[in-house]
Design a protein around this ligand. Sequence first.
Ligand SMILES: [Fe+2]
Ligand SMILES: [Fe+2]
Length: 472
Amino acid sequence: MALTADYTDKIPNNVALHEDRRLQRALESWQPNFLTWWDSMGPTLPTEDVYLRTAVDVGRDGWARFGHVAMRDYRWGVFLAEPKPDRRIAFGAHRGEPAWQQVPGEYRADLQRLIVIQGDTEPASVEQQRNLGATAPSLYDLRNLFQVNVEEGRHLWAMVYLLHAYFGREGREEAEELLHRNSGSDESPRILGAFNEETPDWLSFFMFTYFTDRDGKYQLGTLKESAFDPLSRTAEFMLKEEAHHMFVGTTGIDRVVLRTAELMREHDTDDVTARGGIPLDVIQKYINFHYSVSLDLFGSETSTNVANYYTSGLKGRWGEERRKDDHTLTDDSFLVDALVEGAIGQREVAALVGLNTDLRREYIRDCHTGLGRWNRLLEEAGIERRLYLPHIAFNRQVGAFAAVETAPDGTVLTADAWEDSKGAWLPTEVDKTYIRSLMRPVHEPGRIASWIAPPRQGINGKPFEYEYVHLV
Ligand SMILES: [Fe+2]
Ligand SMILES: [Fe+2]
Protein backbone atom coordinates (compact mmCIF):
# COMPACT_ATOMS: atom_id res chain seq x y z
CA MET A 1 0.00 0.00 0.00
CA ALA A 2 1.50 3.33 -1.05
CA LEU A 3 1.96 5.69 1.84
CA THR A 4 2.92 8.93 0.24
CA ALA A 5 -0.08 11.07 -0.37
CA ASP A 6 -1.25 11.31 -3.93
CA TYR A 7 -2.28 14.85 -4.76
CA THR A 8 -2.65 14.40 -8.47
CA ASP A 9 -5.83 12.42 -7.89
CA LYS A 10 -9.17 14.17 -7.71
CA ILE A 11 -9.38 12.81 -4.20
CA PRO A 12 -6.08 13.22 -2.32
CA ASN A 13 -5.29 9.95 -0.57
CA ASN A 14 -2.62 7.68 0.81
CA VAL A 15 -4.54 4.48 0.09
CA ALA A 16 -3.42 4.00 -3.53
CA LEU A 17 -6.89 4.79 -4.77
CA HIS A 18 -5.73 4.77 -8.41
CA GLU A 19 -5.04 1.04 -8.09
CA ASP A 20 -8.71 0.32 -7.47
CA ARG A 21 -10.64 1.92 -10.32
CA ARG A 22 -14.06 0.77 -9.12
CA LEU A 23 -13.58 2.26 -5.69
CA GLN A 24 -12.06 5.41 -7.15
CA ARG A 25 -15.04 5.87 -9.48
CA ALA A 26 -17.51 5.25 -6.64
CA LEU A 27 -15.86 7.90 -4.47
CA GLU A 28 -15.55 10.30 -7.39
CA SER A 29 -19.25 10.01 -7.97
CA TRP A 30 -19.94 10.68 -4.27
CA GLN A 31 -17.71 13.79 -4.39
CA PRO A 32 -20.17 16.13 -6.19
CA ASN A 33 -22.89 15.09 -3.75
CA PHE A 34 -20.58 16.01 -0.91
CA LEU A 35 -19.92 19.42 -2.49
CA THR A 36 -23.64 20.01 -2.97
CA TRP A 37 -24.11 19.19 0.70
CA TRP A 38 -21.24 21.55 1.66
CA ASP A 39 -22.75 24.37 -0.42
CA SER A 40 -26.23 23.97 1.01
CA MET A 41 -25.49 22.90 4.61
CA GLY A 42 -21.96 24.19 5.28
CA PRO A 43 -20.82 27.64 6.48
CA THR A 44 -23.20 30.42 5.41
CA LEU A 45 -20.82 33.39 5.63
CA PRO A 46 -19.45 34.13 2.14
CA THR A 47 -15.66 34.17 2.03
CA GLU A 48 -13.00 34.64 -0.61
CA ASP A 49 -10.49 32.40 1.08
CA VAL A 50 -9.38 31.17 4.49
CA TYR A 51 -5.95 30.41 5.97
CA LEU A 52 -6.41 26.67 6.44
CA ARG A 53 -4.43 23.62 7.34
CA THR A 54 -4.79 20.80 4.83
CA ALA A 55 -3.78 17.23 5.62
CA VAL A 56 -1.23 16.21 3.00
CA ASP A 57 0.44 13.20 4.57
CA VAL A 58 0.40 11.20 7.76
CA GLY A 59 4.06 11.24 8.80
CA ARG A 60 5.28 12.58 12.11
CA ASP A 61 6.64 15.78 10.63
CA GLY A 62 4.95 17.80 7.99
CA TRP A 63 1.57 16.09 7.82
CA ALA A 64 -0.20 19.36 7.15
CA ARG A 65 0.31 22.41 5.03
CA PHE A 66 -1.07 25.92 5.60
CA GLY A 67 -2.27 28.46 3.10
CA HIS A 68 -5.19 30.60 1.98
CA VAL A 69 -7.71 28.49 0.09
CA ALA A 70 -11.24 29.01 -1.10
CA MET A 71 -13.19 26.70 1.16
CA ARG A 72 -15.07 25.03 -1.64
CA ASP A 73 -11.72 24.04 -3.20
CA TYR A 74 -10.43 22.53 0.04
CA ARG A 75 -8.69 19.22 -0.68
CA TRP A 76 -10.75 16.83 1.37
CA GLY A 77 -8.85 13.58 1.26
CA VAL A 78 -8.59 10.06 2.56
CA PHE A 79 -5.74 9.45 4.99
CA LEU A 80 -5.00 6.46 7.14
CA ALA A 81 -2.22 6.36 9.73
CA GLU A 82 0.75 4.21 8.74
CA PRO A 83 0.18 0.49 9.17
CA LYS A 84 1.92 -1.22 12.06
CA PRO A 85 3.71 -4.29 10.77
CA ASP A 86 2.18 -7.50 12.08
CA ARG A 87 -0.37 -5.65 14.19
CA ARG A 88 -2.20 -8.01 16.56
CA ILE A 89 -5.62 -7.69 18.14
CA ALA A 90 -5.09 -6.34 21.65
CA PHE A 91 -8.24 -7.49 23.44
CA GLY A 92 -11.33 -9.66 23.46
CA ALA A 93 -11.86 -13.20 22.26
CA HIS A 94 -9.50 -12.72 19.27
CA ARG A 95 -6.67 -11.29 21.35
CA GLY A 96 -3.28 -12.12 19.84
CA GLU A 97 -4.64 -12.92 16.37
CA PRO A 98 -3.57 -10.78 13.40
CA ALA A 99 -5.64 -7.62 12.93
CA TRP A 100 -8.25 -7.90 10.17
CA GLN A 101 -7.60 -6.30 6.80
CA GLN A 102 -11.10 -7.25 5.65
CA VAL A 103 -14.43 -7.26 7.46
CA PRO A 104 -15.30 -10.68 8.90
CA GLY A 105 -18.80 -11.67 7.75
CA GLU A 106 -20.15 -12.22 11.24
CA TYR A 107 -19.25 -8.66 12.35
CA ARG A 108 -20.20 -6.87 9.18
CA ALA A 109 -23.50 -5.42 10.38
CA ASP A 110 -22.09 -4.24 13.71
CA LEU A 111 -18.99 -2.64 12.18
CA GLN A 112 -21.04 -0.88 9.55
CA ARG A 113 -23.33 0.48 12.26
CA LEU A 114 -20.40 1.79 14.32
CA ILE A 115 -18.93 3.54 11.29
CA VAL A 116 -22.26 5.05 10.29
CA ILE A 117 -22.88 6.44 13.80
CA GLN A 118 -19.41 7.98 13.94
CA GLY A 119 -19.77 9.27 10.38
CA ASP A 120 -23.12 10.87 11.13
CA THR A 121 -21.71 13.14 13.85
CA GLU A 122 -19.08 14.67 11.54
CA PRO A 123 -21.29 16.54 9.03
CA ALA A 124 -23.83 17.11 11.83
CA SER A 125 -21.45 19.43 13.67
CA VAL A 126 -20.78 21.40 10.47
CA GLU A 127 -24.54 21.87 10.12
CA GLN A 128 -24.92 22.89 13.75
CA GLN A 129 -22.23 25.55 13.38
CA ARG A 130 -23.09 26.86 9.95
CA ASN A 131 -24.35 30.29 11.02
CA LEU A 132 -21.60 31.15 13.49
CA GLY A 133 -19.38 32.89 10.93
CA ALA A 134 -21.74 35.87 10.86
CA THR A 135 -20.96 36.67 14.51
CA ALA A 136 -17.29 35.70 14.86
CA PRO A 137 -15.48 37.68 17.61
CA SER A 138 -12.34 38.01 15.44
CA LEU A 139 -10.85 36.85 12.13
CA TYR A 140 -8.62 34.47 14.10
CA ASP A 141 -11.68 32.80 15.63
CA LEU A 142 -13.46 32.78 12.30
CA ARG A 143 -10.53 30.91 10.79
CA ASN A 144 -10.55 28.37 13.63
CA LEU A 145 -14.27 27.76 13.15
CA PHE A 146 -13.75 27.08 9.45
CA GLN A 147 -10.75 24.87 10.20
CA VAL A 148 -12.89 22.73 12.47
CA ASN A 149 -15.64 22.69 9.83
CA VAL A 150 -13.47 21.53 6.94
CA GLU A 151 -11.86 18.86 9.12
CA GLU A 152 -15.22 17.52 10.25
CA GLY A 153 -15.96 17.37 6.51
CA ARG A 154 -12.78 15.36 6.04
CA HIS A 155 -13.82 13.04 8.86
CA LEU A 156 -16.98 12.39 6.91
CA TRP A 157 -14.77 11.47 3.95
CA ALA A 158 -12.79 9.14 6.20
CA MET A 159 -15.93 7.21 7.18
CA VAL A 160 -17.33 7.25 3.66
CA TYR A 161 -14.11 5.76 2.36
CA LEU A 162 -14.48 2.82 4.76
CA LEU A 163 -18.13 2.34 3.79
CA HIS A 164 -17.31 2.37 0.08
CA ALA A 165 -14.17 0.28 0.30
CA TYR A 166 -15.37 -2.46 2.64
CA PHE A 167 -19.17 -2.60 2.79
CA GLY A 168 -20.29 -2.94 -0.80
CA ARG A 169 -23.64 -1.69 -2.01
CA GLU A 170 -25.01 -1.24 1.51
CA GLY A 171 -21.99 0.85 2.40
CA ARG A 172 -22.55 3.09 -0.61
CA GLU A 173 -26.18 3.55 0.34
CA GLU A 174 -25.20 4.48 3.88
CA ALA A 175 -22.73 7.02 2.46
CA GLU A 176 -25.60 8.69 0.60
CA GLU A 177 -27.72 8.69 3.74
CA LEU A 178 -24.97 10.53 5.61
CA LEU A 179 -25.64 13.48 3.31
CA HIS A 180 -29.42 13.19 3.43
CA ARG A 181 -29.88 13.24 7.18
CA ASN A 182 -29.52 16.78 8.51
CA SER A 183 -29.07 18.26 11.96
CA GLY A 184 -32.43 19.34 13.38
CA SER A 185 -34.43 18.03 10.41
CA ASP A 186 -37.95 16.82 11.22
CA GLU A 187 -38.06 14.13 8.51
CA SER A 188 -34.50 12.81 8.71
CA PRO A 189 -32.58 14.07 11.72
CA ARG A 190 -29.04 13.11 12.69
CA ILE A 191 -28.77 9.86 14.65
CA LEU A 192 -27.70 11.21 18.06
CA GLY A 193 -29.88 13.73 19.87
CA ALA A 194 -27.10 16.14 20.86
CA PHE A 195 -26.23 16.58 17.18
CA ASN A 196 -29.65 17.94 16.33
CA GLU A 197 -29.29 21.05 18.48
CA GLU A 198 -28.11 24.24 16.83
CA THR A 199 -24.90 25.79 18.12
CA PRO A 200 -26.44 29.24 18.47
CA ASP A 201 -23.54 31.38 19.74
CA TRP A 202 -19.78 31.36 20.24
CA LEU A 203 -19.85 30.56 23.93
CA SER A 204 -21.80 27.44 22.97
CA PHE A 205 -19.29 26.76 20.19
CA PHE A 206 -16.35 26.83 22.59
CA MET A 207 -18.26 24.65 25.05
CA PHE A 208 -19.16 22.28 22.22
CA THR A 209 -15.57 21.96 21.05
CA TYR A 210 -14.40 21.47 24.64
CA PHE A 211 -17.04 19.02 25.87
CA THR A 212 -18.76 17.44 22.86
CA ASP A 213 -15.79 17.17 20.48
CA ARG A 214 -14.00 15.60 23.42
CA ASP A 215 -16.66 12.89 23.51
CA GLY A 216 -15.71 12.35 19.86
CA LYS A 217 -12.08 12.01 20.87
CA TYR A 218 -12.96 9.22 23.29
CA GLN A 219 -15.19 7.41 20.81
CA LEU A 220 -12.38 7.58 18.24
CA GLY A 221 -10.00 6.29 20.90
CA THR A 222 -12.07 3.10 21.20
CA LEU A 223 -12.21 2.70 17.40
CA LYS A 224 -8.46 3.20 17.17
CA GLU A 225 -8.15 -0.08 19.10
CA SER A 226 -10.40 -1.92 16.65
CA ALA A 227 -9.34 -5.29 15.27
CA PHE A 228 -10.53 -4.02 11.88
CA ASP A 229 -7.25 -2.42 10.89
CA PRO A 230 -8.45 0.13 8.30
CA LEU A 231 -10.87 1.53 10.90
CA SER A 232 -8.13 1.63 13.51
CA ARG A 233 -5.75 3.51 11.21
CA THR A 234 -8.49 5.90 10.08
CA ALA A 235 -9.41 6.75 13.67
CA GLU A 236 -5.76 7.23 14.59
CA PHE A 237 -5.27 9.90 11.96
CA MET A 238 -8.57 11.60 12.81
CA LEU A 239 -7.40 11.92 16.42
CA LYS A 240 -4.46 13.94 15.19
CA GLU A 241 -6.79 16.52 13.64
CA GLU A 242 -9.16 16.34 16.60
CA ALA A 243 -6.44 17.74 18.86
CA HIS A 244 -6.89 21.15 17.22
CA HIS A 245 -10.64 21.05 17.86
CA MET A 246 -9.94 20.46 21.57
CA PHE A 247 -7.47 23.34 21.47
CA VAL A 248 -10.11 25.68 20.03
CA GLY A 249 -12.49 24.79 22.88
CA THR A 250 -9.93 24.89 25.69
CA THR A 251 -8.30 28.16 24.69
CA GLY A 252 -11.66 29.68 23.68
CA ILE A 253 -12.97 29.20 27.22
CA ASP A 254 -9.58 30.33 28.63
CA ARG A 255 -9.99 33.61 26.80
CA VAL A 256 -13.60 34.14 27.90
CA VAL A 257 -12.63 33.53 31.55
CA LEU A 258 -9.59 35.77 31.20
CA ARG A 259 -11.66 38.63 29.80
CA THR A 260 -14.29 38.25 32.52
CA ALA A 261 -11.60 38.22 35.22
CA GLU A 262 -10.04 41.34 33.71
CA LEU A 263 -13.35 43.21 33.74
CA MET A 264 -14.15 42.04 37.28
CA ARG A 265 -10.86 43.38 38.55
CA GLU A 266 -10.88 46.59 36.57
CA HIS A 267 -14.38 47.56 37.67
CA ASP A 268 -14.44 45.75 41.00
CA THR A 269 -17.71 43.98 40.29
CA ASP A 270 -19.09 40.48 39.59
CA ASP A 271 -21.59 41.92 37.19
CA VAL A 272 -19.56 42.46 34.07
CA THR A 273 -22.58 42.73 31.78
CA ALA A 274 -22.45 46.52 31.78
CA ARG A 275 -18.94 46.18 30.31
CA GLY A 276 -19.91 43.65 27.68
CA GLY A 277 -18.40 40.66 29.50
CA ILE A 278 -19.85 37.26 30.37
CA PRO A 279 -20.44 36.81 34.13
CA LEU A 280 -18.85 33.75 35.77
CA ASP A 281 -22.38 32.62 36.74
CA VAL A 282 -23.33 32.37 33.10
CA ILE A 283 -20.09 30.61 32.14
CA GLN A 284 -20.80 28.10 34.90
CA LYS A 285 -24.33 27.49 33.58
CA TYR A 286 -23.00 26.81 30.09
CA ILE A 287 -20.45 24.39 31.54
CA ASN A 288 -23.24 22.62 33.46
CA PHE A 289 -25.32 22.26 30.33
CA HIS A 290 -22.68 21.15 27.84
CA TYR A 291 -20.95 18.80 30.25
CA SER A 292 -24.18 17.04 31.25
CA VAL A 293 -25.46 16.57 27.70
CA SER A 294 -22.04 15.29 26.64
CA LEU A 295 -22.06 12.73 29.47
CA ASP A 296 -25.29 11.41 27.94
CA LEU A 297 -23.47 10.66 24.68
CA PHE A 298 -21.64 7.78 26.37
CA GLY A 299 -24.91 5.87 26.75
CA SER A 300 -26.29 3.97 29.70
CA GLU A 301 -24.06 2.70 32.51
CA THR A 302 -24.32 -0.89 31.37
CA SER A 303 -24.62 -2.24 27.84
CA THR A 304 -24.53 -5.78 26.53
CA ASN A 305 -24.03 -4.44 22.99
CA VAL A 306 -20.83 -2.73 24.01
CA ALA A 307 -19.74 -5.88 25.87
CA ASN A 308 -20.20 -7.80 22.62
CA TYR A 309 -18.33 -5.18 20.59
CA TYR A 310 -15.44 -5.54 22.99
CA THR A 311 -15.38 -9.33 23.06
CA SER A 312 -15.60 -9.42 19.25
CA GLY A 313 -12.71 -6.95 18.93
CA LEU A 314 -14.71 -4.17 17.21
CA LYS A 315 -14.14 -1.49 19.86
CA GLY A 316 -11.58 -1.43 22.66
CA ARG A 317 -11.13 0.67 25.74
CA TRP A 318 -9.44 4.05 25.93
CA GLY A 319 -5.71 3.33 26.15
CA GLU A 320 -6.33 -0.41 25.85
CA GLU A 321 -2.68 -1.35 25.54
CA ARG A 322 -1.68 0.61 28.62
CA ARG A 323 -4.16 -1.25 30.83
CA LYS A 324 -2.76 -3.83 33.19
CA ASP A 325 -5.29 -6.63 33.09
CA ASP A 326 -6.05 -9.65 30.93
CA HIS A 327 -7.74 -7.59 28.13
CA THR A 328 -10.62 -10.06 27.95
CA LEU A 329 -12.36 -9.07 31.22
CA THR A 330 -14.47 -12.23 31.28
CA ASP A 331 -13.89 -12.84 35.00
CA ASP A 332 -13.78 -9.24 36.22
CA SER A 333 -16.37 -7.11 37.91
CA PHE A 334 -16.76 -3.36 37.93
CA LEU A 335 -18.66 -0.74 39.94
CA VAL A 336 -21.00 1.38 37.84
CA ASP A 337 -22.96 4.45 38.89
CA ALA A 338 -26.51 3.58 39.85
CA LEU A 339 -29.57 4.60 41.78
CA VAL A 340 -29.71 2.40 44.84
CA GLU A 341 -33.15 2.64 46.45
CA GLY A 342 -33.58 6.12 45.06
CA ALA A 343 -30.20 7.34 46.28
CA ILE A 344 -27.08 7.91 44.24
CA GLY A 345 -24.65 5.05 44.61
CA GLN A 346 -22.91 2.28 42.75
CA ARG A 347 -23.53 -1.34 41.98
CA GLU A 348 -21.32 -4.18 40.91
CA VAL A 349 -21.67 -5.61 37.41
CA ALA A 350 -19.63 -7.81 35.10
CA ALA A 351 -16.77 -5.65 33.81
CA LEU A 352 -17.72 -6.25 30.19
CA VAL A 353 -21.17 -4.72 30.49
CA GLY A 354 -19.74 -1.71 32.36
CA LEU A 355 -17.54 -0.47 29.52
CA ASN A 356 -19.64 2.62 28.79
CA THR A 357 -19.06 3.69 32.38
CA ASP A 358 -15.35 3.03 32.03
CA LEU A 359 -15.13 5.27 28.97
CA ARG A 360 -17.25 8.00 30.57
CA ARG A 361 -14.92 8.03 33.59
CA GLU A 362 -11.87 8.46 31.35
CA TYR A 363 -13.67 11.36 29.69
CA ILE A 364 -14.60 12.96 33.01
CA ARG A 365 -11.01 12.80 34.19
CA ASP A 366 -9.94 14.60 31.02
CA CYS A 367 -12.66 17.26 31.39
CA HIS A 368 -11.25 18.19 34.81
CA THR A 369 -8.05 19.47 33.21
CA GLY A 370 -9.91 22.38 31.63
CA LEU A 371 -11.45 23.34 34.94
CA GLY A 372 -7.97 23.32 36.46
CA ARG A 373 -6.74 25.73 33.79
CA TRP A 374 -9.67 28.11 34.08
CA ASN A 375 -9.46 28.17 37.87
CA ARG A 376 -5.75 28.91 37.67
CA LEU A 377 -6.57 31.91 35.50
CA LEU A 378 -9.07 33.10 38.12
CA GLU A 379 -6.55 32.57 40.88
CA GLU A 380 -3.86 34.49 39.03
CA ALA A 381 -6.32 37.34 38.60
CA GLY A 382 -6.89 37.36 42.36
CA ILE A 383 -10.50 36.22 42.07
CA GLU A 384 -11.81 33.81 44.68
CA ARG A 385 -14.70 32.31 42.80
CA ARG A 386 -14.03 28.90 41.14
CA LEU A 387 -15.66 27.06 38.26
CA TYR A 388 -16.53 23.38 38.62
CA LEU A 389 -17.96 20.32 36.87
CA PRO A 390 -21.43 19.43 38.16
CA HIS A 391 -22.17 16.03 39.68
CA ILE A 392 -22.50 13.11 37.28
CA ALA A 393 -26.22 12.82 38.07
CA PHE A 394 -26.98 16.47 37.27
CA ASN A 395 -29.32 17.14 34.31
CA ARG A 396 -28.96 13.68 32.81
CA GLN A 397 -31.43 12.37 30.23
CA VAL A 398 -29.73 9.03 29.56
CA GLY A 399 -28.89 6.20 31.95
CA ALA A 400 -29.56 5.58 35.63
CA PHE A 401 -29.78 9.24 36.60
CA ALA A 402 -32.37 10.16 33.99
CA ALA A 403 -34.89 9.11 36.65
CA VAL A 404 -33.87 11.78 39.17
CA GLU A 405 -33.16 15.47 39.34
CA THR A 406 -30.24 16.71 41.38
CA ALA A 407 -28.47 19.93 42.26
CA PRO A 408 -24.98 20.43 40.79
CA ASP A 409 -23.57 19.00 44.04
CA GLY A 410 -25.55 15.78 43.57
CA THR A 411 -28.28 16.41 46.16
CA VAL A 412 -31.43 14.63 44.95
CA LEU A 413 -34.31 17.07 44.51
CA THR A 414 -38.10 16.81 44.30
CA ALA A 415 -39.59 17.75 40.95
CA ASP A 416 -40.81 21.05 42.45
CA ALA A 417 -37.47 21.95 43.93
CA TRP A 418 -35.81 21.24 40.56
CA GLU A 419 -38.30 23.46 38.72
CA ASP A 420 -37.69 26.26 41.24
CA SER A 421 -33.91 26.14 41.02
CA LYS A 422 -32.91 24.95 37.59
CA GLY A 423 -32.71 28.51 36.26
CA ALA A 424 -29.84 29.09 38.69
CA TRP A 425 -27.89 26.18 37.19
CA LEU A 426 -28.75 26.00 33.50
CA PRO A 427 -28.83 28.83 30.93
CA THR A 428 -32.18 30.65 31.04
CA GLU A 429 -33.81 32.57 28.21
CA VAL A 430 -32.47 35.74 29.82
CA ASP A 431 -28.91 34.35 29.79
CA LYS A 432 -29.20 33.17 26.21
CA THR A 433 -30.62 36.48 25.07
CA TYR A 434 -27.77 38.28 26.76
CA ILE A 435 -25.18 36.03 25.12
CA ARG A 436 -26.87 36.53 21.76
CA SER A 437 -26.76 40.30 22.27
CA LEU A 438 -22.96 40.07 22.57
CA MET A 439 -22.64 38.18 19.31
CA ARG A 440 -21.74 40.98 16.94
CA PRO A 441 -19.25 40.27 14.21
CA VAL A 442 -15.73 41.65 14.48
CA HIS A 443 -14.30 41.00 11.05
CA GLU A 444 -11.46 43.56 10.96
CA PRO A 445 -7.93 42.16 11.30
CA GLY A 446 -6.43 42.62 14.77
CA ARG A 447 -9.69 43.60 16.46
CA ILE A 448 -11.67 41.54 18.96
CA ALA A 449 -15.12 41.49 20.60
CA SER A 450 -15.66 42.85 24.11
CA TRP A 451 -16.41 39.50 25.75
CA ILE A 452 -13.24 37.59 24.93
CA ALA A 453 -9.48 38.18 25.30
CA PRO A 454 -7.23 37.89 22.24
CA PRO A 455 -5.26 34.65 21.91
CA ARG A 456 -1.71 34.54 23.19
CA GLN A 457 -0.49 33.37 19.78
CA GLY A 458 -1.79 33.25 16.27
CA ILE A 459 -1.95 30.21 14.00
CA ASN A 460 1.17 28.61 12.54
CA GLY A 461 3.45 31.40 13.77
CA LYS A 462 1.30 34.16 12.27
CA PRO A 463 0.36 37.10 14.52
CA PHE A 464 -3.17 37.65 15.84
CA GLU A 465 -3.49 40.61 13.44
CA TYR A 466 -2.92 38.40 10.40
CA GLU A 467 -5.64 38.43 7.77
CA TYR A 468 -6.73 34.84 8.34
CA VAL A 469 -9.91 35.22 6.33
CA HIS A 470 -10.68 37.31 3.27
CA LEU A 471 -14.38 38.06 3.23
CA VAL A 472 -16.26 38.59 0.01
FE1 LIG B 1 -14.55 14.81 13.77
FE1 LIG C 1 -13.89 17.42 15.97
